[in-house]
Write a protein that binds this ligand. Structure first.
Ligand code: NZQ
Ligand code: ZN
Length: 385
């Protein structure tokens, strides 16, 4: 295990009715910008719960954040922030709304030319508006981390940044909000969280027993509870277990001291940027390709994964490795996600384009051993065509 510093400053308010309690976390004199998406919170009662809780506060609203939130939309919030001297952001939504709020929080105090530089050049930020979250879709882990992924539509670029300054001050996780999720969003959430765990686990052994077993615990919980939530979105305990799994999957805990491999996410973001495929669906396409093409570098951990997650053992290691990949694909498909490029009508020409874009941006020689170069990226996509 490598040396590490672990801290996480987000306070979690978990459980039924917790939206009403969030005001204890917001300064009394805060001027709040309430940020939300396309309107699902209007029809499922979450907007009413939030505005009831904010009754004593001065708040303004900024809505219409899209899935895969855009730079262009986020920038529209900056005038409102100036006009009303906003000093607290409240994101109410899924990962897209939370990520948008984080970018807005950083962009509002950015001193350079264009806040896009925070994403395009990894420009450090030195201040951000504090933000709180009411999560409506468990998937990304954005509610308890400092990451944000933003798309610039004009350039078809989907890029991320990370800063402790945009970690939510608090996040409300009430599993009851999941009752109104479209089934495809439940499936997306399970698969996104699953792949987050895999990318911090399926690398090489680091003698990090606690991190491995926590990762395996989250994977097993997602495999057990994900289908239950799909069956019945009012099963409170299944929803609660799925929600907490997604948060724990990407809040830094299982990443502490271990190698990581974000190849699947990096390639996946290219697919979304070019073809607007949902984030988790890109992961369902790419991960099996990463497992296949990089299987010799990941051999020991894939064998561990095969045995501890799927109960697959045997003398023929090649067969076990293939069965682990097949089980992973079967799980994604059982949740309702398709796993091949052709299932989303993505043409073969996209493979060349992705390789070229990643090479031009310098997003090559990635993965836990920097072994994923141009040829590997191409092969990963080709085996998933
Ligand atoms: O816009 P509204 O009307 O709210 O509808 C949303 C949206 O259409 C709907 N929805 C959310 N909660 C609902 C609901 N509908 C009914 N009832 C509810 N309770 O679901 C749709 C999808 O929402 P979105 O926020 O886009 O989904 P998700 O949470 O999967 O977020 C995806 C975004 O997060 C990024 C992805 O790249 C993508 O842009 N990620 C962020 C990460 C992070 N910050 O750490 C890590 C992830 O790997 C990921 O990259
Ligand atoms: Zn993800």
């Amino acid at each position: 295990m490598k040396n590490f510093v672990f801290s996480n400053q987000t306070r979690i308010l978990f459980g039924k009715g917790q939206i009403a309690n969030m005001t204890a976390e917001i300064p009394d004199d805060a001027k709040i910008l309430l940020i939300y998406g396309g309107g699902s919170i209007m029809t499922n009662g979450i907007y009413d719960q939030v505005t009831d809780a904010l009754i004593e506060y001065e708040y303004h609203e900024f809505s219409g954040i899209e899935p895969n939130p855009s730079y262009e939309k986020c920038m529209e919030a900056l005038d409102l922030i100036d006009e009303f001297e906003i000093d607290f952001l409240l994101a109410v939504g899924g990962g897209s709304v939370v990520d948008a709020a984080k970018f807005i929080a950083a962009a509002a105090y950015y001193n350079g030319e264009d806040p896009w530089e925070i994403l395009a050049r990894n420009e450090e930020i030195d201040d951000a508006i504090p933000l709180g979250v009411v999560l409506t879709l468990p998937a990304t882990g954005s509610e308890m981390n400092g990451n944000s992924v933003i798309t610039r539509n004009e350039y078809k670029e989907k890029l991320s940044f990370s800063s402790p300054l945009v970690m939510p001050v608090f996040s409300v996780l009430d599993p009851q909000v999941m009752a109104t999720l479209p089934k495809i969003q439940v499936a997306n959430g399970v698969v996104d969280a699953f792949v987050h765990v895999i990318e911090q686990y399926l690398t090489y052994p680091a003698n990090a027993k606690v991190q491995d077993r926590m990762a395996e615990g989250i994977l097993l919980t997602l495999i057990e509870e994900g289908p239950k939530v799909l069956q019945n979105q009012r099963d409170y305990h299944a929803c609660a277990n799925m929600m907490w799994s997604a948060t724990m999957a990407l809040n830094g805990l299982i990443a502490a001291g271990v190698p990581q491999d974000w190849t699947t996410h990096q390639i996946g973001h290219e697919i979304t940027a070019l073809h607007k495929v949902d984030h988790a669906q890109t992961l369902a396409i790419v991960l099996p390709g990463v497992m296949k093409v990089m299987q010799s570098a990941k051999r020991e951990k894939i064998l561990q994964y095969a045995e501890r997650i799927w109960g697959i053992t045997g003398n023929n290691e090649e067969t076990v490795l293939q069965q682990a990949i097949d089980q992973t694909v079967a799980f994604f498909e059982s949740m309702g996600l398709k796993t091949r490029l052709r299932d989303y009508s993505i043409p073969a020409s996209t493979i060349d384009l992705i390789v070229e874009r990643m090479e031009n941006r310098g997003d090559i020689n990635i993965g836990e051993n920097q072994l994923v170069g141009v040829d590997e990226i191409r092969k990963i996509l080709e085996v998933r065509s």
